[in-house]
Write a protein that binds this ligand. Sequence first.
Ligand SMILES: [Zn+2]
Length: 148
Amino acid sequence: MMESSWLLPDLEDPDGGPFWAGTARGELCVQHCAECGLPRMPPRPMCPACNSIRQQWRPTSGRGTIWSFVVPHPPLLPAFAELAPYNVVVVALDENPSLRFVGNLVASPDGAINEVDPQTIRIGEPVRVVFQKVEDVYFPRWLRSPGA
Ligand SMILES: [Zn+2]
């Protein structure tokens, strides 16, 4: 477990809570409309297509490709300043590239967010999700998945 000054999500939040329950099980889940089946990420109370508030959560493969990335530099929040430069990637899921997750590309599940040289990151690289426990939260992060 990692000590942290990170801002942690509210695990009881009615929209986001099921996502974090999924990560605690080792699953990257996406909210779907229970009426029309439309997936939506980030989660929200109502379907933008049919206005239903019925929802269900489905696990994904946890596999995707790097759709974009940035390399933050100071000024940054204090918890992040000493780690800069690091990477922030946007991952498009294999099963539906319109579903995108923001996270960090790391070399190991508990690795530091600056352990991958940003110069080596390429758009379109295959990645897979892993989870890092921070207090009571399991954060999704991304590992390279060559040959995927
Ligand atoms: Zn719907």
